[in-house]
Ligand binder design. Structure first.
Ligand code: FAD
Ligand code: SIN
Length: 555
């Protein structure tokens, strides 16, 4: 992937170490495999299915193989299967939500191939809601028609279960659960696998012909998030340290409606609830969305999220309310069983009570930069799913396009890894050629305290509303925090979150305009003349960060 690049305004970075832990290839235990897949969400599983007939596959999962964002997906999968819908419509809706920064070819491919990928899921036994023989389609924000296939509000669980059965039962596939990938191993700039800590705490080197990173998103970098605990941006951070370019990091999607109750997690209240007619009310009981966008509650997420924060500010209250009380308990319990039951556990009957909601970090549009075939800028390393930046989402993802992206580009990553490893040059490397890690300064510090400081700073200064001054303050704070603090999972996650936070803040400071999910108080307008471009960040050999911009569409 070579493109002309224009360096702009490089800002002095904090030092980014190449490896988080000291290790020596002469002594570390080695495991060899053909394919290494880091992550067992929908993207990683779909990728592993593409390679498992062609060699030994190791799939890593930080917790159990079911745990990850995929499992919690509620609304569903956007796909052109409804009568009257067309590929062009879905493409146009995606491009429009992406606010000028989508790569049109990636969108076209995702939408068209997505139909085959969802059909495949159905053929493998996925039970999505039907009306007789016909699939039911949900409505979500910024879609012009109903096109979201779902299983109640537990679409992710259904998808994950089908893929786990299908992918992990293969005799060539070994799942290493509760195993943490710490860093990618490279030799002469080529990815050769990863350094991981096993369930027993042993540090091992998995040497692979091809490595696919599918480690999900980074929601945990923010103080409030809809994401599960595993979403700490590890895949982005380790790829960046290994020399892979990351792109569009400034674009972080904040979901408008997560549960806001003392003692409750920021449980997602699906956009599909608004798709079924729920209204947003401020604390005075007034509907407000018409003042912000003619699509009202079904405007794109960035618009709804900002409107909610404005209303909270205007009324001086810490949340707004989502009201679906015009629907019967019977309908709600059937259509949204998890939401119905979870709210009930916290004392809310959603057919009678409006639900207190607030915004929370939800999805990473940016990530490890890939071309249309999931190649990263590091040979031997492929990326797919939320960890990747295919540019299919641009500056703001259209609702329910993420599972679709994971299935489509997960498959592509598998195909590319297969092609790569069948090349002669990709035979298992002479492991002695792998570099020994230089000594890494490890500070014994309190990971949870550092994490709290970091995530609060990110929430306050690099959140929905941004400004040069606060972005600089955030960068100063981050640069004062240690870059590596030890070998436990908490310590590794903290180091990854700190690095990802810094990459988001740097890109957000650089983009002197507002577009999609990136809103600058000091630059409230969209500036197409200057900023119809993607920002890429790469680690330099000396540990610094190189920032470049390139014309919209990365492939
Ligand atoms: P994940 O499913 O998050 O899987 C990541 C995997 O990587 C996990 O197995 C994890 O253990 C592993 N991992 C991470 N770090 C490491 C490491 N260091 N070492 C080893 N393993 C590691 N999208 C939609 O399209 N429709 C929806 O309805 C929808 N609803 C959502 C609801 C919620 C609450 C959330 C949080 C997200 C939702 N999304 C939805 C977004 C979508 O679910 C995710 O973007 C998508 O599932 C990501 O899939 P993935 O395979 O890339 O990552
Ligand atoms: C939701 O159900 O609101 C989440 C859908 C998504 O993130 O795409």
């Amino acid at each position: 992937m070579r493109h002309g690049t224009t360096p702009v305004n490089p800002t002095p970075p904090a030092h980014c170490p190449r490896y988080l832990l000291p290790f020596d290839m002469a002594t570390v235990r080695r495991v060899e495999t053909d394919y290494l897949v880091i992550g067992s969400g929908n993207a990683g599983l779909r990728a592993s299915m593409e390679v498992s007939d062609h060699g030994r596959v190791i799939v890593l999962s930080k917790e159990n193989p079911n745990e990850g964002s995929t499992r919690y997906a509620q609304g569903g999968i956007a796909v052109v299967m409804n009568q009257g819908d067309r590929v062009e419509f879905h493409v146009q809706d995606t491009l429009s939500a992406g606010a000028g920064l989508c790569h049109p070819a990636a969108v076209q491919y995702m939408v068209a191939d997505g139909i085959l990928r969802v059909q495949e899921l159905l053929d493998w036994g996925a039970q999505f809601d039907r009306d007789g023989a016909d699939l039911k389609f949900g409505m979500e924000g910024a879609h012009r028609v109903r096109r979201v296939v779902h299983r109640g509000d537990a679409t992710g669980e259904e998808t994950q279960n089908v893929l786990v059965r299908r992918a992990l039962d293969h005799p060539n596939v070994e799942v290493m659960e509760h195993t943490l990938a710490v860093d990618l191993l490279t030799a002469d700039g080529v990815c050769r696998g990863a350094l991981v800590t096993t369930q027993d705490g042993e540090l091992i080197a998995i040497i692979a012909k091809a490595t696919i990173v599918a480690a999900g998103g980074h929601g945990q970098v923010y103080g409030y998030t809809s994401n599960p605990a595993v979403a700490t941006g590890d895949g982005i951070a380790m790829s960046f340290r290994a020399g892979a370019a990351v792109a569009d990091m400034e674009f972080v999607q904040f979901h408008p409606t997560t549960l806001f109750l003392q003692g409750a997690p920021r449980f997602l209240i699906s956009e599909a609830v608004r798709g079924e007619g729920a209204h947003l009310l401020n604390s005075r009981g007034e509907r407000f969305m018409s003042a912000y966008d003619e699509r009202e509650e079904l405007a794109p997420r960035d618009i709804v999220a900002r409107a909610i924060l404005n209303e909270m500010d205007r009324t001086g209250m810490p949340c707004v309310y989502l009201d679906i009380t015009h629907m019967s308990a019977g309908f709600l319990e059937e259509r949204f069983p998890n939401i119905f039951e979870t709210c009930r556990q916290y004392g809310l009957e959603i057919d009678r009570d409006a639900i207190p909601v607030q915004v929370a970090a939800h999805f990473a549009m940016g990530g490890v930069r890939t071309d249309m075939n999931a190649h990263t800028s590091v040979p031997g390393l492929f990326a797919c799913g939320e960890v990747a930046c295919t540019c299919a989402h641009g500056a703001n993802r259209l609702a329910s396009n993420s599972l679709l992206e994971g299935l489509v580009f997960g498959r592509r990553a598998g195909i590319s890894a297969r092609e790569y490893s069948s090349d002669e040059g990709a035979s298992l490397p002479d492991v002695d050629a792998l570099a020994h890690a230089p000594d890494v300064a490890a500070h014994a510090s309190d990971a949870s305290g550092l994490r709290k400081l970091l995530t609060q700073r990110m929430w306050e200064d690099v959140g929905v509303y941004r400004h040069a001054e606060t972005l600089r303050e955030a960068l100063t704070t981050l640069s004062e925090l240690p870059t590596a603090i030890g070998s436990g999972r908490d310590a590794i996650e903290y180091a990854n979150m700190r690095l990802v936070g810094e990459l988001i803040a740097r890109a957000a400071l650089e983009r002197t305009e507002s577009r999609g999910a990136h809103y600058r108080d000091d630059y409230p307008d969209t500036d197409d003349d200057r900023w119809l471009r993607n920002i890429s960040l790469t680690r330099r050999e000396d540990g610094g960060v190189e920032l470049t911009t390139r014309n919209q569409g990365l492939s």
